[in-house]
Design a protein around this ligand. Sequence first.
Ligand code: ZN
Length: 293
Amino acid sequence: MVIAGVDIGGTNLKFGLFDEELNCIYTQLVHTIRADTVACAKQIRQLLDDAPCKADILGAGVPGAVFRPSGRVNSGNLRWAGVNFGRTLEDAVGIKVWIDNDAQAALEAETLPGGSCWGLKDVVYLTLGTGIGGALLIDGKPWRGHDNGAAELGHFITHAGGLKCSCGMSGCFEMYASAGTLVRYSGGTRARTVLDRAKQGDKAMIEALDRYAGEVALGVCSLYMIFRPEAIVLGGGVSAGGEILIERILRHIEPCYNFDRSTIEKVLRLAKGRNDAGMVGAAALAKRNLLNA
Ligand SMILES: [Zn+2]
């Protein structure tokens, strides 16, 4: 049994093959073809064809809401609205497919043994990438909402009347705390480069990261207040910032009646799978939902 896992990001698409115990046996990283769902499905078909062994089932995480039972997918980042990507993908690849939200997939990976949320029951998971994804674990169970579309944590508003978001609203957390803001604050430097230079002590890049971290802190405080979780986990491309990112976020935590910096310090952590969690989790969800169905 070989399980394929795909994490379709707004910028990159990560593809991997896994054995039944979810050990990774092959990975590929390519730029996401965002033209439309058919082009994206063809790209995944090509990755399956080029892989060293044949996959039996496929799990795919998408940066947006995946509604059930309709199968409708909305993704502002990919500019998909109401598309049945699962059906398109299944037609293209000829094997059983499980589609899910990318952050839900990443959370699934992080709850596996060795993950950052192993053994925890109440978790808020954030992917900081091209957009911001979210997933919730409440009392040990993923919180999906009545139609599976819950936990779009990039789209609560942190700046009323602020920047217009791809979701249609203005001032969403995503518009201020995704990778694009880091690029904007640094004067156009790539997010990964900002993080690398900040780690090396580059003052201008530390300043950009610090300003960005203030935006993340706004979201982290609101989410802590609402959910009071055991952990708030940061994944996605920006989590490559590692400890300096965490440290800068903590500097912006203002004490309030309900928590202070030390409270947040105890719960804020980095995803262990970092940028691979979405791909591993997509495979894990395919295994759980397709093999045991
Ligand atoms: Zn939005």
